[in-house]
Design a binder for this molecule. Structure first.
Ligand SMILES: Cc1cc2nc3c(=O)[nH]c(=O)nc-3n(C[C@H](O)[C@H](O)[C@H](O)COP(=O)(O)O)c2cc1C
Length: 192
């Protein structure tokens, strides 16, 4: 299976990278092919999506690469910290550039949406400073719906796992380390 992992954390010490690596290692050990995309790496530096006329928006080599990576992937895994109850701006920019008309979805002549990435699956693993339950209980904070309905459903991708590691700005020292270790166990289980 081809697995694409997209991360958005500015610090190399961010727990996001540990989660992504834990998942990647577990999947590689099973014989899957994994590609990791660190959206903060200079290789993926791209302007913020802007246009005067969207129909004349020129597709850059980086945007094309994002499309190719998604076409290649059977499973896509998003790993990010919660920033203002949502994704970091760099990941939102990736969404704007990648969930692209005629690549991820298209409109039929009757105005219906044709999902072009049917058959792919997705997982979302996030970290946050406060409690995690806000993201699991329906109608409290919209992060899960944002991923599952607004983004992935629109292009036919099934969200099959959503995990939140909370309290990372509250727990300190050994308590934080143990808490993260427990979460990594769940990440490894998800890879099995
Ligand atoms: C710009 C910004 C916005 C944040 N917004 C939230 C938030 O809305 N809810 C929350 O629980 N934590 C929020 N946090 C805290 C981060 O989610 C938390 O520090 C991070 O997930 C911890 O993982 P890390 O140590 O790998 O960065 C925010 C942090 C930053 C820098």
């Amino acid at each position: 299976m081809n697995i694409l992992i997209i991360t958005a954390h500015p610090s190399s010490k961010g727990d996001t990278h540990t989660i992504a690596k834990t998942y990647a290692d577990a999947k590689r050990a099973k014989g899957d092919t994994v590609e990791l995309v660190d959206l903060y790496s200079p290789q993926y530096k791209v302007d913020l999506f802007a246009f005067e006329n969207i129909r004349e928006f020129p597709i850059s080599p980086i945007q094309k690469k994002f499309h190719e990576q998604m076409t290649w992937a059977h499973e896509v895994v998003f790993v990010h910290p919660v920033w203002w109850s949502s994704v970091p701006a760099v990941m939102k920019n990736w969404i704007d550039l990648t969930i692209w008309p005629r690549v991820a979805y298209k409109y039929t002549p009757t105005g219906a949406v044709e999902k072009l990435w049917l058959g792919k699956s997705a997982k979302v693993f996030v970290t946050c400073g406060g409690p995690a339950w806000h993201y699991y209980v329906p109608f409290v904070l919209p992060l899960r719906n944002f991923w599952q309905i607004a983004v992935l459903w629109f292009c036919g991708i099934d969200l099959v796992d959503f995990k939140v590691c909370g309290n990372l700005d509250v727990y300190k020292d050994e308590k934080r380390t143990k808490h993260l270790e427990k979460f990594m166990k769940k990440i490894k289980e998800s890879a099995e």
